[in-house]
Design a protein around this ligand. Structure first.
Ligand code: SF4
Ligand code: SF4
Length: 116
């Protein structure tokens, strides 16, 4: 009896689809409210550094004189504290995950000088 059950399981496993996906080549649709990665609409940023102060993992660096906002994706835990703290609402939680990487990298956003 047990032999029959095991045979059924083996047959079902052999013909069924894979239970996993070949991420990152095959991505699943994010769930509602998925915390993917922090996005910054950099042209709205006033470089007040509130996000940097609120970040519990020190993932954000704000360089006001150079108008540069940086995030270390590997330090970010997607808590959303920076999004809540931003007075200009330029930070948001995007649903897509950051691409996996074998090396640590800092993502930099640079605000261009206004032409007005
Ligand atoms: S809190 Fe918002 S406006 Fe202030 S530096 Fe961070 S992203 Fe820019
Ligand atoms: S989501 Fe949290 S951990 Fe990530 S940058 Fe914002 S405050 Fe820091």
């Amino acid at each position: 009896m047990a032999h029959l059950t095991i045979s059924k399981i083996i047959t079902r496993s052999a013909v069924s689809k894979y239970a996993t996906r070949l991420y990152p080549f095959v991505k699943r649709e994010p769930y509602k409210n998925t915390r993917g990665h922090i996005a910054n609409e950099i042209n709205l940023c006033i470089f007040c550094s509130l996000c940097q102060k609120k970040c519990p993992t020190h993932a954000i660096t704000v360089k006001k004189p150079d108008k540069i906002w940086e995030i270390d994706r590997m330090k970010c835990i997607q808590c959303g504290a920076c999004v809540d703290a931003c007075p200009k609402k330029c930070l948001s939680m995007d649903q897509q995950y950051s691409a996996p990487s074998p090396v640590k990298s800092i993502e930099s956003f640079h605000q261009e000088a206004s032409t007005l």
